[in-house]
Design a protein around this ligand. Sequence first.
Ligand code: RB5
Length: 148
Amino acid sequence: MAKPIALAADHGGFELKEAVKAHLDELGLEYIDFGTHSTASVDYPDMALPACDAVVSGQCDKALLFCGTGVGISMAANKVKGIRACCCSDSFSCEYTRRHNDANALCMGGRVVGPGLACQLVDLFLNTPFEGGRHEKRIAKLMAIENR
Ligand code: RB5
């Protein structure tokens, strides 16, 4: 059985997370929602950490993360060992961050991306495989930076 998707957002991304949840429900895809659960102000690193830990531990397959811009929560996610997070608002970057970077966390901004585009990007992110090949050694070098 497929592993669930990890979801997390701060207050700036809460509404977009809820829209993506409805989309995942329609698709019948499982997820774990690590919060936040309202528009009350929270700090995006606190929200990113449990969702990213769930990916690294193997509990979840990939993470979908949301804040106001998508940038802050992507910075937080990329501090977690084993996470390759990409902040995306266009389909080309979203497709190629899977094909070439084997990204395991997609970050989007609730104040940047509308729900329709966000759901399209989610589909692209979840359905595009990593190409491997020449990209394998680049990913290995990227991940080795974590061990300096
Ligand atoms: C919160 O106001 C906002 O700073 C946050 O959601 C995010 O955009 C940070 O990168």
